[in-house]
Structures are given as C-alpha cells and as structure tokens.
Design a protein around this ligand. Structure first.
Ligand SMILES: Nc1nc2c(ncn2[C@@H]2O[C@H](COP(=O)(O)OP(=O)(O)OP(=O)(O)O)[C@@H](O)[C@H]2O)c(=O)[nH]1
Ligand SMILES: [Mg+2]
Length: 464
C-alpha cells in the first residue's frame, strides 16, 4: 500500500458482478451487469457497514456512505486476467480509500485474495502456463531493462513453447517405442535405435544450449553483489564514490574510516549490481572497527565477486613478491589503485610483476584521475555474461526451478542413451523417456504438485 494517482481494487470470480453491484452506483444509472464488457464507467463506490458486533456503526459511516468516486470496469470471463468475471474499481490511490473499498467488498460477500491468487487462477484456468505465471512476478520485480525483456519474453510464452516442442518430440519418440513393443510379435520396428540416438542427442543439445544461459540469466534477474575489500586506506570508499558519481561514503586519509557496510546499486550493461563498501581488514583493538571487520568478512563470504583493492605505492614499496596479498579465490579480482602516484613506466612494470606473482590479470586504476574505471566496469560485467549467452537462441533461463527441471530432463535422456548403447529392452527406454518428458512438463505446469504451486505463488504478494 502506498500513495498514487490511482489505486485499483479488483475482484474475480463467479460472483464478482453480484458483489460489485452492491457497492457501485453508476452515474449513468444503469447496472453493472448490463454494461458492455471492458468499458470504463464513472461511479460512486459505497461503503457497506462492517459485519461487526450488533449495533456497531461508525459515526461517519451511514448506510449509503460514499467512499470515493472512481471508474469501474467489468471484464466478462474468459476475456480477463484470471479468465473469470473480473470487476475493477479504479479509485484515488489513497491507502484509507483502498482499505475501505476492500472492506466494503468483503462486507458484500468477497474475501481477500491469497498471495498470487489472481495469477494462480489464471494458471489453473489455463490462461497462462506455469512459466508464464512465474514471469508475471518477474515482470513486476525486474530490476533492469534487460531483466524486463527476458521476463516479458517468458510472459509471452517463449520458454513454454520451446519446452512444449521438445516435450512433444520426446512423447512421440516414446509412442513409437511403445508401438514397437505392442507389435513386437510381428517384427515391425517403428523407430530404429540409430534414429532414436540421433534424435535424443539433438534434444539434449537443445536443452544444454538453454541451460548455458542460466548463470547469466539468474544474475540478470536477481542482481549480483560486488564487494569492495582490501587493506585500510586502499581507496575502497573512493572507488564506491567514483562508480556511483556521488559522495556517498566518507573518505579520509585515516586508516579505518569505514565501519558499516555501505551499499549502492548500479546497472551496468543491464546487470543490476549492488556495490558493497566494507571496512579494511587489519588487526585492531578498537571494538567498533572490530565489528566493522566482522561485517566485512561476512559480506565477502556472501559476495558474488570481490574486488580486492591495494594501494599501488604500498605494493611498490614492499615489492610485488613480498606484498601481503590474500589467498585468492576464483571470485577475487585484484585492483591496483592510486596508479596516479607512479610514473607510467613504473606502473607498467609493477603490474607485470604482480600479475606474474598472482598468476592472473589485475586491474590498474586511479579513483583520483578516473583511469581504468571503464575497464573495471567491463571486467566486472564480463564475469557474469558467459560467451554463450550473447549468441543464444532467445530463450533465457532465469529461474532455479526451471534449471533443475532441465537438468533432470538431460539426465533422463542420457540414461536413455546409455540404455540404447547397452541394447536394453524397449520397455526401459520408454520409462526413461517418460521421466524426461515429465521433467519438462514441470516447467510449464502440466504436471506439478500442490506443494510446488504453493511455493511458487507464496512468493507473490496479495493482489498479484
Ligand atoms: N593519489 C590517490 N589517492 C587516493 C586514490 N584513491 C583514494 N585515495 C586516497 O586514499 C585515502 C584513503 O581513501 P579511502 O577511500 O578512504 O580508503 P578506504 O579503503 O575506504 O579506507 P578505510 O575505509 O579506512 O578502510 C584518501 O586520502 C583518498 O583521498 C587515488 O586513486 N589516488
Ligand atoms: Mg572506506
């Protein structure tokens, strides 16, 4: 609930117009049910006193109190979001107005929707497949244009169609195997093992191609956390400020300036990135700084990428081979800051020495001059965009549930391929193919348990 120009209350179901008629007085004096469907009409929205204790009545609420004036639209099913009869009240976007309209609807016989219930009904009534229902939430939550595009493609059914096609092919292969079993006495083969192998390998390749998008897809949907770490005074807070073009974090030449985690979100190349500035790690007796260091370690453990900053002058002083770099993990990227204090020649040879010692490329930058910052952005985003993503078919996996189902399908197909090699009986092949088709069916929801549905729709909030 917030404030807005308009706020909409919607009701859906068999009795939607009966309930709405009790609390709507059209300015044109007609009735809701006789209005042409999908047209907006000015109306007074009335309150029905709460079904509270007998005799209860709010001093201001009389039998026909007008809550608000607004527009009313009746969408006759199945041409509506839920495929049921839907009535919407477009009121002023005030929390009290909207709460009272909801109360009035309930007094007239409606009940509050459960989280995601509108979308769930759209799915159960066959208007959306499950991947499309999930895309409704992704559309609402998309943090960048890129994430929105993927969510919208999924909403239009691109993932569903893709999966459905693969599933149909699997089922028809299965049918041909089973026909072979039924007519085995007559020695007719409906599909040879060679044909089966080629088709299955092709399907497995298709699925793998889509699976290859999952890492980038998930990053685009959920965003990534990039942690700025390194010794005190390395320039972590300066880097955060430069990257967000703002003086967000305090910068001083006193080591141990930053204590709390400071988070800011940027979008680079469509990827939502939360930059986390942290306290520099060192031994200290200061209890406040100790707490900051604890938080810094936790942030590093949870981060998707750690930019480990070091002061180029310090590295130069200690020598590339003696400088205390941390034990590097794959998610570390070493950043050599303050290169403005070195001559270009010294800087280049220092970079080479450090790269040689660490066995990985490093990023030379200066938050002061801005040198290297564009290269840093490119290096950070490149970490999350796999090359296959750029050249993909258009279907992108962003959801862990879909990834797991596709992996199960591939496993089942591989089992079938092994069975073919091992000259297994046709009955066995048929069972494995059935499992593969079922795994795909879970994505679109043609086979899904109530538990899974409940988990999916509980992520939605009420009203979606
Ligand atoms: N010459 C130069 N000085 C820099 C650069 N970046 C940061 N500094 C200076 O380095 C000092 C420390 O910068 P901070 O950004 O506060 O460093 P920090 O890593 O956040 O330090 P803590 O919060 O104490 O851990 C400040 O005096 C900055 O002005 C740079 O690129 N070049
Ligand atoms: Mg700092």
């Amino acid at each position: 609930m917030g404030e807005g120009g308009i706020g909409i209350v919607r009701i859906s179901g068999q009795y939607a117009t009966d309930i709405a008629s009790k609390i709507v007085r059209l300015r044109t004096n007609g009735t809701l049910r006789t209005l042409p469907t999908h047209t907006l009409h000015l109306a007074d929205i009335l309150s029905i006193p709460h079904a509270g204790p007998a005799g209860y009545s709010h001093p201001l609420v009389t039998q026909e109190h007008i809550i608000d004036e607004g527009l009313v639209v009746y969408m006759k099913g199945p041409r509506s979001f839920t495929a049921e009869d839907v009535v919407e009240f477009h009121c002023h976007g005030n929390a009290t107005v909207l709460r009272r309209v909801c109360e009035s609807c309930i007094a007239a016989g409606a009940r509050l929707a459960q989280p995601g219930e509108f979308t769930k009904r759209a799915f159960l009534n066959g208007r959306l497949d499950l991947s499309q229902a999930e895309a409704v939430l992704d559309t609402i939550k998309a943090k960048s244009e890129f994430a929105l595009t993927i969510a919208q493609q999924q909403l239009r059914g691109n993932l569903g169609c893709y999966v459905q096609e693969l599933r149909t092919t699997l089922l028809s292969l299965q049918a041909r195997i089973e026909a072979g079993i039924d007519f085995s006495d007559e020695d007719i083969s409906f599909v040879t093992r060679g044909e089966l192998r080629t088709s299955l390998q092709h399907i497995a390749d298709q699925i793998q191609k889509v699976l290859d998008t999952a890492r980038t897809g998930r990053a685009l949907r959920e965003g990534v956390r990039v942690v700025l770490a390194g010794p005190p005074n390395a320039g972590k807070s300066s880097l955060l400020n430069s990257l967000i073009h703002d003086n967000r974090a305090i910068v001083t030449d006193v080591p141990g300036t930053t204590r709390d985690l400071i988070e800011e979100t940027v979008i680079w190349k469509g990827l939502p990135i939360t930059l986390v500035d942290t306290a520099g790690l060192r031994d200290t007796v200061d209890v406040v700084e100790q707490e900051g260091i604890k938080r810094s370690r936790e942030a590093q453990a949870q981060g998707d990428l750690i930019l480990h900053l070091v002061d180029a002058a310090e590295v130069q002083k200690a020598g590339a081979s003696d400088f205390p770099f941390p034990l590097l993990e794959p998610k570390h990227l070493v950043v050599l800051n303050k290169i403005d204090v070195l001559t270009p020649l010294t800087m280049r040879s220092l970079c080479e020495d450090v790269q040689q010692r660490l066995g990985q490329p490093i990023l030379p930058i200066s938050t002061k001059s801005g040198d290297g910052l564009e290269e840093l952005k490119i290096a950070v985003t490149a970490r999350f965009f796999t090359p296959s993503f750029e050249s993909n078919v258009g279907v992108v996996i962003t959801n862990v549930r879909h990834r797991v189902a596709l992996e199960q399908a591939i496993t089942a197909i591989q089992l079938t391929l092994y069975s073919i090699e091992g000259e297994a009986q046709a009955e066995l092949l048929s069972v494995d193919l059935h499992d593969a088709a079922d795994a795909l069916a879970e994505i679109i929801g043609s086979i899904t348990s109530d538990d899974v549905l409940e988990r999916i729709f509980s992520e939605f909030c009420i009203g979606k």
